[in-house]
Write a protein that binds this ligand. Structure first.
Ligand SMILES: NC(=O)c1ccc[n+]([C@@H]2O[C@H](COP(=O)([O-])OP(=O)(O)OC[C@H]3O[C@@H](n4cnc5c(N)ncnc54)[C@H](OP(=O)(O)O)[C@@H]3O)[C@@H](O)[C@H]2O)c1
Length: 251
């Protein structure tokens, strides 16, 4: 738990899903710059082998409803909450089990928003929430419908919470990637449609996010080209394209 706070500078962050990919890179870069970092991971060993020994570690499976892994007192010691953990399961909606639907919704939507709600109620006035969403929340991907729906819901709540404003003047940022080169797709059983070289590295994406956090940015950040281009697609344009994509990507 961070023990000191400089009220004018954000210098402590709690990052969910920091054992791999974007979260791991962000935690590494923050630690290297002297931030106090707390990480929420499901595997302690994986986090330690990733070089995050300097971080406070909270162990939790975020696809489960309990948030007992962190107390209100611990949570409000951080200046920045980064809701980064996420996963998808590639396949038709019909093929998902009820258990998968509940767990994926909990991980990608319910858990981050309950954490955000708890944080907003207690955070210091200088605080910031970053929700890592996805461009699939704007352009839903075939065989990734539930994940797309969770990210769409996350985007809606994030944008509206920012517009509503928080009683503690907390800054709220939607970090909305398109394609980052991590193990995300393979863990979910999908093959990426993005050509090699088009995806941004996790280190680059984390660098962009850290800069935005340091600058106290709000609104939406689409860090990579894929996100920027797909954000231009209107629903009317996207529907025929997604039919084509469904034909190409049927598992
Ligand atoms: N990669 C992309 O192209 C892309 C595009 C758009 C949005 N995003 C979003 O970016 C965020 C980070 O993804 P990434 O690409 O860095 O993927 P990643 O490398 O798979 O990392 C995801 C992180 O979430 C953790 N996690 C997954 N399920 C969990 C659970 N049940 N409980 C606790 N932690 C769990 C993972 O832990 P383990 O190490 O234990 O698996 C890992 O630390 C996600 O929210 C994702 O939706 C990614």
């Amino acid at each position: 738990m961070p023990s000191t706070r400089n009220l004018s500078v954000r210098n402590s962050a709690l990052i969910t899903g920091a054992s791999d990919g974007l979260g791991l890179e962000l935690a590494r870069q923050m630690l290297a710059k002297g931030w106090t970092v707390g990480i929420v991971v499901r595997s302690r060993d994986k986090a330690l082998s990733g070089g995050l020994a300097g971080a406070a570690l909270y162990q939790a499976d975020l696809s489960q409803a309990s948030q007992a892994f962190i107390s209100d007192q611990e949570l409000c010691c951080y200046d920045v909450l980064v809701n980064n953990a996420g996963a998808s399961t590639f396949g038709s909606f019909e093929s998902l089990t009820s258990e998968q639907i509940q767990q994926l919704s909990q991980l990608n939507f319910v858990t981050p928003l309950v954490l955000m709600n708890r944080f907003l109620r207690m955070a210091p006035s200088n605080a910031m929430v970053v929700n890592v969403s996805s461009i699939t929340g704007q352009v839903p991907m075939p065989f990734n419908g539930l994940y797309s729906a969770c990210k769409a819901a996350m985007i809606a709540v994030t944008q509206l919470a920012r517009i509503e404003g928080s009683s503690r003047d907390v800054k709220i940022l939607d970090f909305c990637p398109g394609s980052i080169s991590t193990n995300f797709q393979s863990k979910g059983g999908a093959t990426s449609h993005v050509r090699a070289g088009q995806a941004m590295s996790a280190a680059q994406a984390a660098g962009i996010l850290l800069k935005a956090i340091e600058q106290g940015k709000t609104g939406v950040i689409r860090p990579d080209k894929v996100a920027k281009v797909l954000a231009l697609a209107t629903p009317r344009l996207w529907m025929p394209l997604s039919r084509l994509l469904a034909r190409k990507s049927r598992p």
